[in-house]
Ligand binder design. Structure first.
Ligand code: PBG
Ligand code: ZN
Length: 322
């Protein structure tokens, strides 16, 4: 008889032979920064997640700092009246995201500041690119994404994370960053980003729902694992330093294949809907939140994630530091 239970008999031995461990350094925490003053607005569909105005950001940044996690992913939310067809606030030097990044890097230089690059929070129609006659135009969107990436690098962003899913964007943004003197700013590409219902709560948080249609003409079909690997390979060829799989839990197969096939760091985005489902069940007392979150995050790490972007980051760090 093979006695597997020898190494399961007590916690010390179990800890010794553990194959997968989490570190607070694995985590990136997404934050929502809204234009305006003295705002801390709860996101209804994401318990314990808030939109903060810059003058209230310290509250969350102090927690991030104390948790020792690696950094934040910044999502800016402009005023409704500042949105337009071309998302011009996305690349305005004094846009909400640029101001937020300047604030963070001036006051919290130790927090890694990654910025999402996409137009949907800034366009009046809520799509991730330029729209003409109901079509989301690819090539016309690229220069705007480049402008956005460069303006965020100028504001002090440590890393650029394009999430728009236009073709050719990684190469375009890499060239734009290089030409603007930002050769050393890494690109974390949302490469295998699926058109997913799990983004629902985020769109409440970031005011970024498309006002017509859906994102299926640019985000990936979740039935297609081969296409996901092709997207990842293409983004790497185009110059991505880190590639991402998003969402996480229903996509662990993609994550695992990505980590086995590519020799660069792999990030995973444990998205809003995944967070909200766990929160909702925990609040009902139906599952044990700490245990469920630990199990989920270990699963992502086990599947090969090097970096985990998650709304659970601060809670998890607190539990790990306990
Ligand atoms: C912007 C963007 C989205 C998310 C990250 N960047 C929304 C979308 O593509 O509609 C989703 C993150 C989440 O659900 O937590 N394009
Ligand atoms: Zn978008």
């Amino acid at each position: 008889m093979k006695r597997f239970r020898r190494l399961r008999q007590n916690e010390i031995i179990r800890d010794l032979v553990k194959e997968t461990r989490l570190s607070v350094k694995d985590f990136i925490y997404p934050i929502f920064v809204i234009d305006g003053e003295n705002i801390k607005a709860p996101v209804d569909s994401m318990p314990n997640v808030y939109q903060y105005s810059i003058d209230r950001l310290d509250e969350i940044l102090e927690q991030v700092k104390a948790s020792n996690i690696s950094g934040v992913m910044v999502f800016g939310i402009p005023k409704v009246e500042d949105k337009d067809e071309y998302g011009s606030q996305a690349y305005a030097q004094n846009g909400i995201t640029q101001r937020a990044v300047r604030y963070i890097k001036t006051n919290y230089p130790e927090i890694l500041c990654i910025t999402d690059v996409c137009l949907c929070e800034y366009t009046s129609h809520g799509h991730c690119g330029v729209v003409k006659d109901g079509e989301i135009l690819n090539d016309e969107t690229l220069p705007l994404l480049c402008d956005m990436a460069v303006s965020l690098a100028k504001a002090g962003a440590d890393m650029i994370a394009p999430s728009d899913m236009m073709d050719g964007r990684i190469m375009a943004i890499r060239n734009a960053l290089d030409n603007a003197g930002f050769k050393n700013i890494p690109i974390m590409a949302y490469s295998a980003k699926f058109a997913s219902a799990y983004y629902g709560p985020f769109r409440d948080a970031a005011h970024s729902s498309p006002c017509f249609g859906d994102r299926k003409s640019y985000q990936m079909d979740f039935s297609n694992p081969k296409e996901a690997l092709n997207e990842i390979a293409t983004d790497i060829e185009e110059g991505a330093d880190i590639v991402m799989v998003k969402p996480a839990l229903a996509y662990l197969d993609i994550l695992k294949e990505a980590s086995q096939n590519f020799n660069i760091p792999i990030a995973v985005y444990n998205v809003s809907g995944e967070y909200s489902m766990v929160k909702a069940a925990s609040m009902q007392g139906w599952v044990d939140e700490k245990k469920i979150v630990t199990e989920n995050l270990i699963a992502m790490k086990r599947a090969g994630a090097n970096i985990i972007i998650t709304y659970h980051a601060l809670d998890m760090a607190k539990w790990m530091n306990e």
